[in-house]
Ligand binder design. Structure first.
Ligand code: CO
Length: 174
């Protein structure tokens, strides 16, 4: 089921999401719906607050439709346990349509989480788009958006777009 995506300006995107106590079938279903929603919007990551659920769940898949196989990650209670280096690249967000800007983040990370069966999974020393995407999604769980981390210049350049999004999102039923 494709879910509505909450946009910049809506309160749920600014809350700290709560830990998942147990991975239940209902939560796995939510994760699958999030993946479907993300694929439909051609995104590579989505966090539960973006579909209005303030819980610590993210889905990530950096493959594209042209790839032979999709490789989705479902992560409950994800945590970055090791961070190394720094790198800058352009980011966007399904909750902030029309805005892209550079963000600096740690380059290589190790991430621990629970998988769809509630088992502990560890992604060790990952980098590139996967590492960037996971960090962006985990930020969502802490109420942080990528536009909070962009340069003052990019912020100024995008100020009117953000103001408009914020204004429009208030008229959307939440
Ligand atoms: Co985002």
């Amino acid at each position: 089921m494709v879910l509505p995506i909450y946009l910049y300006g809506q309160k749920v995107l600014r809350k700290r999401a709560t830990e998942v106590a147990k991975v239940t079938p209902a939560l796995t279903k939510l994760a699958e719906d999030m993946l479907e929603t993300m694929y439909k919007s051609a995104g590579i990551g989505l966090a539960a607050p973006q579909v209005g659920q303030s819980i610590r769940l993210i889905v990530v898949d950096i493959t594209s439709e042209e790839d032979e196989e999709r490789k989705p990650y479902l992560m409950f209670n994800p945590q970055v346990t090791v961070k190394k280096g720094a790198c800058t690249a352009e980011e966007g967000c399904l909750s902030v349509p029309g805005v892209w800007a550079d963000v600096e983040r740690p380059e290589t990370i190790t991430v621990e989480s629970l998988d769809k069966d509630g088992k502990r999974q560890v992604l060790r020393d990952i980098d590139g788009i996967l590492a960037r995407c996971i960090q962006h999604e985990i930020d969502h769980l802490d109420g942080v958006l990528f536009v909070d981390k962009i340069s003052a210049t990019d912020r100024t350049l995008n100020e009117s777009k953000l103001k408009k999004l914020s204004k429009d999102s208030k008229s959307v039923p939440a």
